[in-house]
Design a protein around this ligand. Structure first.
Ligand code: PLP
Length: 374
């Protein structure tokens, strides 16, 4: 679409050209059911197994540790409920207070079943440090779930250290890497994590598909019950075309990681430099270790909602926070958790730059944004 400037890549991304092309034959020509034993079904079966190998390689996992799901929300629900329901009720679950609602609302569900959930606080940059985690971990914790990077402010968490603390207390460790995967390197063996959630549409793959990495030997309940797909762990006819496309998109993003990062940081620096040059009164939320391109800005005495709508009139798409929160007009739980100053908090917007954005687009955004906030 001409003239649109899409700067909400943390909400979703444009599909990678190769990934899109890779989908088509599995929708049109080779549409067989991957569970059927005749050659037409086996061709589809082979395609999803090849995709599994590719995906596993991208995160340094074994292919048998990758389970396909319908996306990040399902993976998060599975990880939390699948471990909690296997454990007994006197166990507890630890999460951070800036998790995505797929985690927080799974916890709310478990609380209704009388599970105890403990929340680790973040500092003003959105970082969960080991001390904050240690305050809530105990020998009854069966699962600790901390997001790899926050979707609103981009802060990347010290996952390796946090995972070690959780393991030392005998807890399993899950990370919601939905925003991070495909944008920063992730090696599940080096991190020593037990589970990881991922969603294809956040790394230039199609929507409605994702995966859960489950380390060999982790004892978790199946997500649902039905056919024998995904080794009896996640029933339902496989979404072959989307699975294949997801593997291509992830592979391409991992190959392009350094170049994409460099390009995105250039655009990011232009925008921040421009606003500073013009003496705009704003705070950039997050830490000095944030996801490339996720820019949370709080403008003094402004209204984020109105900035978003005025940019929309110029066909520039940005957000006020998480996409799933945009129907919820309350101040985001993440901004509350980092104690964003009261005269800035309402004036918060999230600009998220992707690999396909150009410097010209950022220049246009910078000018339009300046007109609004000045
Ligand atoms: N977790 C995080 C951190 C997210 O940012 C999102 C989506 O915004 C999700 C989970 C949910 O992923 P999906 O849209 O694939 O269900």
């Amino acid at each position: 679409m001409d003239n649109i400037i899409y700067l909400d890549n943390a909400a979703t991304t444009q599909i990678d050209e190769d990934a899109y092309k890779a989908m088509i034959p599995w929708l049109t020509t080779f549409y067989g059911n991957a569970s059927q034993k005749y050659f037409f079904g086996q061709k589809a079966h082979k395609a999803i197994e090849t995709a599994r190998e590719k995906i596993a390689k991208c995160i340094n996992a074994n292919p048998n540790e990758i389970y396909y799901t319908s996306g990040g929300t399902e993976s998060d629900n599975w990880a939390l409920k699948g471990i909690a329901l296997k454990s007994n009720l006197n166990k507890n679950i630890v999460v951070s207070n800036i998790e995505h609602h797929a985690i927080l609302n799974s916890c709310n569900f478990l609380k209704q079943l009388n599970y105890k959930v403990l929340y680790a606080d973040v500092d003003s940059c959105g970082t969960i440090n080991t001390n904050s985690l240690l305050k809530v971990l105990n020998d009854k914790t069966c699962l600790t779930s901390i997001m790899f990077a926050n979707n609103e402010i981009g802060t990347i968490e010290p996952i390796k250290e946090l995972c070690k603390e959780a393991h030392d207390k005998g807890s399993l460790f899950h990370t919601d890497a939905v925003q991070a995967l495909g944008h920063v390197p992730i090696d599940v063996k080096d991190l020593n994590i037990d589970m990881l959630s991922a969603s294809s549409h956040k790394f230039n793959g199609p929507k409605g598909v994702g995966f859960l990495y489950i380390k060999d030997g982790v004892d978790i309940l199946p997500f649902n019950n039905g056919g024998a797909q995904e080794k009896n762990m996640r029933a339902g006819t496989e979404n072959v075309a989307s699975i294949v496309a997801m593997s291509v998109a992830l592979e391409n993003n991992i190959k392009g990681l350094n170049n994409n990062r460099k390009h995105i940081l250039e655009l990011e620096n232009y925008l921040i430099g421009f606003l500073k040059d013009k003496n705009v009164d704003f705070i950039r939320n997050g830490s000095n270790n944030t996801l490339p391109g996720v820019i949370s800005l709080s403008f003094k005495n402004q209204d984020g909602e109105s900035i978003m709508h005025r940019l929309d009139l110029k066909k520039i798409c940005i957000s006020t926070g998480a996409a799933c929160d945009s129907i919820n007009t309350q101040v985001s739980h993440v901004l509350n958790a980092i104690h964003a100053p009261s005269d800035y908090i309402k004036g918060t917007i999230r600009i998220s730059i992707g690999k396909n954005n150009t410097l010209d687009e950022i220049k246009r955004l910078s000018i339009e944004l300046l007109k609004i906030v000045q």
